[in-house]
Structures are given as C-alpha cells and as structure tokens.
Design a protein around this ligand. Structure first.
Ligand SMILES: Cc1ncc(COP(=O)(O)O)c(C=O)c1O
Length: 443
C-alpha cells in the first residue's frame, strides 16, 4: 500500500471503529476512489482546491460531491454568512429571508410558484413525495434515478431486490424499511416513454407522482422529457424533477429551463447554497398549497445561514453568469483531454455534456474498465488531482487547474497505454479496484 496518505488511512481505521460504515455519505467512502492512495480526510479547501490531513494539495474534481459551485470558501457567500451570523442564525420567530429567497426561487425556477425549505437533498425528496401524495390522495410513486436514503425510496427493494440496481447500486438491502411499504415505489427506465406509459396504465388511479433526475451527464433523448410531462398531465400525476445534482450548472433555471419542460415540482439542494446545508421543494400552486394542511415541520428549516447562503449563491451565479462559464470551461477540458488521449494512443474519450465531462474507456471488458478507472484515479491523485473518472465543475476552476490536469492526464494516459501494451496494468495498481457505487440509469 502507498504511504502518501498515512494519517488519512490511520484516521479511517479509527472511524470504522466509531462510525458505522466509516463515513456519513457512501460517496465519501475511500473504496470509491483509489483506497490507500487517494485522500480520505480533508483539512481545508479554498477555491478549486482542497488539502488533506497529510498536507497534500489537490484540485478537487468532485466539487464537494457537486455542492460546491462557486468554489470553496467563496468570499462573497462566506462574507454574507459571517454578516448573517453577527445578527443571529435562528430565532423563535420567523425571518424575512424565507420570503426573500422564495421570491428569488420563483423568479429563477420555471416550476416554482410556492416554496418549502429543507436542509438536504434526500430530505427534500421525501418532502416532495409527501406533498405529492397528500395533494393527490394517492400512494404510489414511480421513480427514475437516485433520490436519497428515506423509506419511501428504499421501499422499492422490498418488492424486488433488484429494483434499485440501476438507479442507485446493486445489493441494497432495505433493512429497517417497513415491509408494509412494498409495492409503493416502482422504478422506470430513463429514456423509455412506452415503459413509463405502461407502468402508469398498470397502476392507473394509484400513482401520486413521477419523480426523476431529468438528466445528469448526457442530454435527454429529444422529446423524452416533454413526453413524460404529457403522460403525467393526462393522468393528473405530479411530475417531480429532482434537480439536486443537475440544478444550477446546466442553466440557472435548472434542466427545466435548459429543456423547456416544466415539471409540477422541483427538488433543489447541494449547489443551491455552495456548501452550506440547504434544500428546497418548489412547485406549482395546485400541488404545493395543500402542504399547508400537512404536518411538514422542522426547527432548522428556517435557519438563516442556509437561507442567506442560498440567496447569495443564486445571486452570484446570476451576476457571474456561472453556467456559461462552466459550459465553456468544460468544453475546453474535454477538448484538451481528448487531445491528450490521441497523443498517447490510449483508447479513451472525454464525453458527456460540457458541464459534467466524463472519461469513457473504449473497452467492453468490465474487468479491464475497472482496472483502468482505478489506475486513472490513483495516478491522478498522485499528481494532485482528486476525483473519479468524471469532473464536477465549479466556477473557481481556471487555467491553472486546466493546465495541471491536462498535463497529469497526459502522463497518466501514457502510463496506462504502456501498461496495456506490455501487459503490466496489474502491477501498476497500488490499491483495490474502485467500487463503482453509483450506477445510474440517468446518464
Ligand atoms: C439527484 C439526487 N437526489 C437526492 C440526493 C440526496 O441528497 P443529499 O445527499 O443531500 O441528501 C442526491 C445526492 O447525491 C442526488 O444526486
């Protein structure tokens, strides 16, 4: 095992003794990266970079699992938060910021007429599902993609233990989820309108909502989202776009503004507040207003730090025209990485939408692909680039990050190509193979 992150490795051994599962988020498990070589614990972050507890510096190509959109410690957002702290972070009565942020969201997100707040994405998805069930008086939920850890979603694997395989990852046992929820959450495949139509027909009159990630790293097939919206409209089913991960980068108004397809409700979190805990459920009045009669209530949803961070982040995204910047930067990153691939002869392409580029290794051999992915993550980490074989962009990434990453990738691609040509790939691996935890249907 490599010795470049000894303190991270030691701390993780201790974490496993104290914290079930070792981390709070599956995506932070070291097995998702080059375990033993990649950093596990962060000491600090600034702009596009993080420093681990062993003193190594990295460009963070995961951008705080998509939550960091302006960059770590963005001076404008952090100053607004500090100023807010000096006035108090929460009170026994309400704060006007709730209305100010709601007004901003209504102006920005096409589906937003009314707004409720939350603190994170999974919680906001659970809230959206509760509201849709309450507003329609129906129980069943059809879903596509990943929507958090709550009972309503994991219930999918009670009816068939493979239901979440393509949306989350294989092997999820719904331990602790009441068996009575079996059959209440049903998956549908992305891009297949007929399959969704059939499922809606099969459960006619019983479906409260269709919840889906409208896109992730590829454009949805032409007409697909409009088709989904039409199917839902015909059956008076609430359509919910989960824009927790897609929101803000592709367009300030989300995928719905990018594609022109407006759902009934939208779930927002992560990049909404540049790293401060915050989430929101927004939607049309017909579906949101009944929430006033439902018991949906929590002390910290009104905390002014999240509200202030979100308000400032959205205004900064607009002021700095971040979406356009990310499109341009991502396209340049793709172009330069593809040039490096060509120059080294490695069969890899950097594809996907420009705001979320990803490497696609040109092999159908799953074992080889896994080795190549792990080797890429391992060797990039050694060269100060932390990430998967994909890139979450943020506005603090600039030419220094581009040049360092392209130079590192050039060396790493050459090493990988040499490993392939000489049959020595295995000997280059210094860690176990990365576990590709999230295998989503939504590309
Ligand atoms: C689409 C989507 N929905 C929901 C969630 C859950 O959000 P959180 O981890 O903030 O609970 C995520 C997190 O990755 C997500 O990508």
């Amino acid at each position: 095992m490599s010795t470049r992150v000894p303190r991270s490795n030691e701390r993780y051994r201790r974490a496993l003794e104290l914290i079930p599962g070792g981390t709070q988020l599956v995506s932070r498990r070291p097995t998702r990266y080059a375990n033993g070589v990649s950093p596990i614990f962060a000491a600090r972050g600034k702009g596009a970079r993080i420093w681990d507890i062993d003193g190594n510096e990295y460009i963070d190509w995961v951008s705080g699992i998509a939550a960091i959109i302006l960059g770590y410690c963005d001076p404008v957002v952090d100053e607004a938060v500090r100023e807010q702290m000096s006035h108090g972070t929460m009170f026994s009565i309400n704060h006007e910021l709730e209305i100010e942020l709601a007004e901003e969201l209504v102006q920005t997100i096409p589906s937003a007429e009314m707004v409720r707040y939350a603190k994170c994405g999974g919680e906001a998805c659970a809230m959206a599902v509760r509201i849709a069930r309450g507003a329609t008086g129906r129980d069943k939920i059809l879903f596509c993609g990943y929507h958090g850890w709550h009972d309503w979603y994991l219930a999918a694997n009670l009816a068939a233990d493979a239901n979440l395989n393509a949306h989350l990852f294989p092997g999820i046992e719904p331990i602790g989820v009441p068996r009575a929820l079996a059959g209440t959450a049903l998956p549908f495949p992305f891009g297949d309108l007929a399959a969704l139509g059939n499922l809606l027909d099969e459960h006619r009159g019983e479906v409260a909502a269709v919840i889906m990630e409208p896109m992730r790293s590829e454009e949805p097939p032409p007409g697909y989202l409009a088709g989904v919206a039409a199917l839902c409209r015909e059956r008076s089913v609430a359509l919910i776009f989960d824009e927790v991960s897609s929101g803000w980068r592709i367009h300030l108004g989300g995928v719905q503004a990018h594609t022109g397809v407006t759902p009934d409700m939208t779930v927002l979190a992560k990049a909404i507040s540049n790293g401060y805990p915050m989430g929101a459920v927004v939607g049309r009045r017909w579906v949101m207003e009944p929430a006033g009669q439902m018991f949906i209530s929590s002390t910290y949803w009104s905390d002014t730090i999240g509200l202030r961070a979100a308000l400032t982040t959205i205004r900064e995204l607009r002021r700095r025209n971040v979406s356009a910047q990310l499109h341009q930067f991502g396209a340049e990153l793709q172009r330069r990485l593809n040039a490096a691939a060509t120059a080294t002869g490695l069969n890899v392409r950097c594809g996907g939408v420009a705001i979320h580029p990803g490497l696609q290794f040109g092999t159908s051999d799953a074992a080889l692909k896994s080795k190549l992915t792990t080797l890429y993550i391992q060797e990039m980490a050694k060269r100060g680039c932390h990430g998967y074989a994909s890139f979450y962009l943020n506005a603090a990434q600039g030419s220094a990050e581009l040049e360092q990453t392209v130079a590192a990738a050039h060396e790493v691609f050459a090493l990988m190509q040499q490993g392939i040509e000489t049959g020595t790939l295995d000997s280059l691996l210094e860690c176990d193979l990365t576990q590709d935890a999230f295998r989503r249907l939504v590309r």
